[in-house]
Design a protein around this ligand. Sequence first.
Ligand code: GLN
Length: 384
Amino acid sequence: MQQTIASKLPDIGVNIFSTMSAMAQQYNAVNLAQGFPDFLPSEELIGLVHAYMLQGFNQYAPLAGAKPLLENLAAKVEKLYGASYDPATDITITCGATEACYTALTSILEEGDEVIIPEPSFDVYLPAIQLSKAKAVFVPLTFPDYSYDWDLIRSKITSRTKIIIINSPHNPTGSIITEEDIVQIQKLVEDFGIYVLSDEVYEHIVFDGKKHLSLSANPVIRENCFVIGSFGKTFHVTGWRLGYCIAPAYMMTEFKKVHQYNTFSPVTPMQLAVADFIKREEQYTSLPDFFQQKRDLFLNHIKDSRFDMIPASGTYFQMLSYKKISEENDIDFAARLTKEFGLASIPVSVFYHDKTDHHLLRFCIAKKEETLLKAADILCKIYA
Ligand code: GLN
């Protein structure tokens, strides 16, 4: 007998990434919507997975992750950010950064807690907050440069504020945090004792000679911070669902309790392959140039179009404004762009709880040159 289920997430439907990917497929459109590469990852990396499978590494990995991956990741973080984390207690390998965000938030949130979410914001945090019966407190980033208004943020802190979400490089805007932001985050931690979830999945994709500032590098913030990363983004394997969370042992203990009954552990041979691969620095130090070339190729080819651009400082996304072209809302415009012109993107209003619409679309530039050129050709033909 079917009964009515009182939904725990009544306002949540199919997410925009699945929706736009499906629309792209239906209309045979070039898909710059969902963020994933359309090119192959390293053959060598795939070979390593295969080799580990043949060697018999096909059973459960330990709860926190395969030992070599935990150790090599700790060494990488120490080298890049000067942060010393104990691989035995402070790291968990997760089923994508999505699981890491969910697990971090649900492990720490209690009913009635408040979470500061600067907006626009990636869609992965809110459901975990709602399932924990906590409250999201949305604070807009400034427009159009998407920087943090720290006075505004501080004015939203209450005795129930538990954690703030920081995402740099930022999805969807491509902005990055500054040294001054870090000073301000440290002050929040010192003044109010709040926690920080630092989503750094695009840590290796920062352009124009700028540097990624990891919150793990700050000794005060680090004591209260979940740092979340993604091997999927770094090695072009988003479908392998391999991410991680790093935090001091007292936070990680709670994190592991939730992770244990959520996924237990991600795929063993992939963990081992990535463990070998992250020792090879050039695999990630080459990424800024690799993706900047793609960003620049895309932007150069649309410079005579009617779209306005502010080059992204990081991530593999680029936002474009269609203000000169249409007054339509961005969801309708994105749908029309897919159906009539054959190019799928993501409308940026979906990243705001109140659907703030600045007439912007987000395009994924993690694509082959030919895909980007096809997309640019389409954009250049749109006048109205
Ligand atoms: N991170 C990807 C993006 O922003 C989407 C991930 C997903 O589909 N949930 O496009």
